[in-house]
Design a protein around this ligand. Sequence first.
Ligand SMILES: O=C(O)CCC(=O)C(=O)O
Length: 322
Amino acid sequence: MVPELSMNSLAEAKQLPAWDSRGVENPTPYFRLPMTEAATQFYAEHGFLVIEDAFSLESIEALRHEATTICRGDRGALKGIPPWTGTETDVEILRQILCIHFPHKISDLMFATLKANPFVEVLTNIIGPNVKCMQSMLFIKAAGKPGQAWHQDEVYIPTRDRTLCGGWIAMDDATVENGCLWVIPGSHRTGTMYFQEWHGDERFDCALEAQGFPYSNDDAVPVEVRAGSIVFFNGYLLHRSLPNYAESGFRRSLVNHYMSAESLLPWINPAGPFSVATLNHRDIVMIAGEDPYAFQGMVDVHGPHVRPDGKGGCGSNEYNEK
Ligand SMILES: O=C(O)CCC(=O)C(=O)O
């Protein structure tokens, strides 16, 4: 069941020592475009990076409007949306959805956003000249909705060269109170993958939690950002988000996942006599540069759908999708 959210957890979160009290060099993750060598270095060292004001507030307002249209089911079939009666207000609609996977499959605006200039500029610096995208997720996260436990995105989406990168657009100001991202800076560096287990913690949704990593919650920092900022984070970086403890409103974000186009993407296992070493999932969108595997063509297999939020339980706890 979704928890009675305890304000104690928020107070505890706020008491964690600040990033700059831990003697971490170059403590500020906040940069602006144009991209600089310092920002590229920061990402390599700490595994994340914030680009402030990457999107104008007009663009963010358009994304918010589009999010509501998608959640209403007005951009086409969306597996898992409740059977709306047509009388619900926007707020009533949005309050019932935690997250939608692959919104770019039904929305021209979300599709265009995959390749928006701030993404191209940053990704071609932190990944390389050839970049592809394989996934988008639209988080609505209304007040009272759960967060996601500690995890690394490469556990779900494996690259061959550790280039997976989330590009997380804040569609509202994201704060500790309303469930911003938390990261463990530098936790991506060794490239160790931490296997996941069911957490049984009602603050989090049905996705599993990384186990056995050599860090504690005291090593984590909140990434509070203004609407319009993008948080970039490496696929091996341990990150999580806490519930939305605010009394009302939403913590909306659109997160797209990118990687180098040179890396194969052994994500979905097709039936057939293939070695895992040659698997290359082709439900992708090219973002920049050349596609060395263009000769393999493209497929369209992922459908947009609503992610379970744990309300009513997590079933067999086997939900294991990014
Ligand atoms: O937005 C959130 O609350 C969690 C996002 C996340 O963990 C991810 O995109 O991997």
